[in-house]
Design a protein around this ligand. Structure first.
Ligand SMILES: Cc1ncc(C[n+]2csc(CCOP(=O)(O)OP(=O)(O)O)c2C)c(N)n1
Ligand SMILES: [Mg+2]
Length: 585
């Protein structure tokens, strides 16, 4: 009996690692892999229209499940298409393995048809990128690559010449299952002691939370209760910390709102919890402590008084017994008041006649979407104004997920992200908040959705414009140029692709259309014609560019609404006397 081929061996290792699907477009050098998938149990090939979408889909799957996801591209152009989605996965730190097939090994270096150098091409968007030049490197390299994707959190690439994939393997496959679950990072005792001392000595403390607070809601709340500290968050931290949070002061950053900026600047001590928030202009650059499980991140956004190397949950569990209960709540109370005031001001500016505004106000759509969507829905959010609407209107529940290309910032991520999300969670409501520019960029994936009958719900914010760039141009003082599209009926296009669709042009129809679309157990697209001029900009911008953009962006957004956050802020203040009693007890 012959040994399995290198391709078969690779697929066996992937199955051992729990991989259920490979996203990609087939082609020449990949054929041995595709054929091995065809014959294997428990793993399938998800044919997409563009490898970029395959990589985005894998990124979303890995992001949501925390497990390894896989995409593939054939040699040359099939590889280069992968890059966007791989950058996205790498920046988001989610484990994705890319199978980059390669030209025949004997032709490498000859300028052969479709020749590229994948092992150079993917270096910047991966932790690991190696050429498999002979079968004897397998199955070891497959496991090494997987372990890099999981261990470092990001992308690993195996470069696989077609002829090597065809050849018979030389080593037994074995049945070792790659390690998928990582251990907890416990902080050194000295750092914990110093953290407690700093917290106890500070009069006022603000906690600023990033994506690293995932799974640490209880601990963060317990610390905030002891310190009477406001709790703010970054965009990526929002889904993990804003729900059931009586210390909430909103979000910082270009899309921020509420009192987060002031709370982080006015506290004696700022504690960064699991955040690599990139906008240093929004950080006070004053007394700061940073807690992170990744030691490479310390001090890269602001000078630190103390770095604590540990998972947020584990660190807080260790430090909590050493933290004294503070008695003065005035800072928290002042910040909660300020937060409420900021939100109320916004709502007054926004709420006028919104149900009748034509073209439909995108914020109204987002508000309806928030109301109609399931408690545990997964939202995938296009880069562009959808980021703003999601940040401000999609209310976290602790069960919902909101993912996007929040670090790489690529357009067109939402639909392919939704494909990966839905395949990973077939029973869950998955909603793609798509810009018309984003949808147009990877249009072909509507066909993928229809072909595989993937029941994602696509909501297009169809403003016939690259709205976010319109905003940027205004901020920069440029007249709007090349930002507008001719109107397109995306509902008609979706229908032609075989997808249930509704076109909405009147605000009164928004809720019914979303409800109807979400009811179906099939793919659906709701094309909402929205106002490209939803952004009312201040007439002139002062100050340096970054600050100017921040100011304008936040003013822009601040003339919009804040959805249910106002209710939350009111409840938190209303409850303040109750909290006082509870914490005294
Ligand atoms: C691949 C890519 N190209 C260009 C950009 C720059 N960019 C950021 S948002 C945006 C406009 C997005 O337009 P649309 O999807 O219609 O969303 P809108 O802002 O109008 O809601 C552009 C061009 C980008 N981020 N990614
Ligand atoms: Mg648009």
């Amino acid at each position: 009996m012959r040994n399995p081929t290198t391709a078969e061996q690779l697929i066996d290792v992937l199955r051992q690692a729990g991989v259920k699907r490979i996203y990609g477009v087939i082609g020449d050098s990949l054929n041995p892999i595709v054929d091995a998938v065809r014959r294997a149990e428990g793993i399938e090939w998800i044919l997409v229209r563009n490898e970029e979408a395959g990589a985005f889909a894998a990124a979303a799957e890995a992001h949501l499940t925390g497990q390894l996801a896989v995409c593939a591209g054939s040699c040359g152009p099939g590889n280069t298409h992968l890059i966007q989605g791989l950058y996205d996965a790498q920046r988001s730190g989610v484990p994705v393995l890319a199978l980059a097939s390669h030209i025949p090994s004997a032709q490498i270096g000859t300028g052969f048809f479709q020749e590229t150098h994948p092992e150079r091409l993917f270096v910047e968007c991966s932790h690991y990128c190696e050429l498999v030049s002979q079968p004897s490197q397998m199955p070891r390299l497959a496991r090494v690559a997987i372990q890099h994707a999981i261990g470092r959190g990001g992308v690993a690439v195996l470069v696989l010449p077609g002829d090597v994939l065809h050849r018979e393997s030389e080593h037994p496959t074995g049945n070792y299952v790659p390690l998928a679950e990582k251990g907890t990072v416990l902080p050194p005792a000295r750092q914990v002691r110093e953290l407690a001392e700093l917290l106890n000595a500070a009069n006022t403390v603000t906690l600023f939370c990033g994506a690293g607070v995932q799974g640490a809601h209880v601990e963060v709340m317990a610390l905030a209760a002891k310190l009477h500290s406001p709790v703010g968050h970054s965009l990526r931290g929002k889904e993990w910390i804003q729900y059931n949070n009586r210390f909430d002061v909103g979000m910082s950053g270009l899309l921020g709102y509420g009192a987060c900026y002031d709370a982080t600047h006015q506290a004696d001590l700022l504690v960064l919890l699991g955040t690599d928030f990139p906008y240093d202009a929004f950080l006070p650059q004053a007394r700061t402590v940073q807690v992170d499980h990744d030691a490479t991140r310390f001090g890269r956004r602001t000078p630190l008084e103390l770095a604590v190397h540990g998972d947020v949950g584990a660190t807080l569990r260790t430090v909590l017994p050493l933290v004294q209960q503070k008695s003065d709540r005035s800072f928290l109370e002042r910040m909660l008041r300020e937060h409420l005031k900021a939100l109320e001001h916004v709502v007054e500016a926004y709420s006028h006649n919104i149900e009748h505004h034509l073209p439909i106000h995108p914020e109204y759509v987002a508000r309806m979407l928030d109301e109609v969507a399931a408690d545990d829905a997964v939202f995938t959010v296009d880069t562009g104004m959808c980021n703003v609407w999601a940040a401000r209107y999609i209310t976290p529940t602790g069960k919902r997920r909101v993912i996007g290309s929040f670090l790489h910032g690529s357009m067109a991520n939402a639909l392919p992200h939704a494909i990966g999300a839905q395949l990973a969670y077939p029973g869950r409501q998955v909603i793609s908040m798509s810009g018309d520019g984003g949808l147009g960029m990877l249009f072909g994936e509507l066909l993928t959705v229809a072909f595989h009958d993937i029941p994602v719900k696509i909501v297009t914010f169809n403003n016939s414009a690259l709205g976010m760039i319109k905003l940027e141009m205004m901020v920069d003082g440029f007249p709007s140029y090349q930002t507008d599209f001719a109107p397109v009926d995306y509902a008609a296009i979706a229908k032609a692709a075989g997808i249930f669709s509704v076109r909405v042009e009147q605000p009164v129809d928004v809720r019914a259309a979303l409800t109807e679309a979400f009811k179906h157990r099939c793919p659906a697209l709701v094309d909402v014609v929205t106002d490209p001029n939803a952004l009312s900009m201040p007439p002139h911008i002062t100050g340096e560019q970054v600050k100017g953009f921040a100011l304008a962006a936040s003013k822009t957004v601040l003339t919009g609404g804040v959805g249910k956050m106002l209710e939350l802020a009111r409840t938190n203040l209303r409850n303040f006397p109750v909290i006082r009693v509870l914490t005294q007890a």
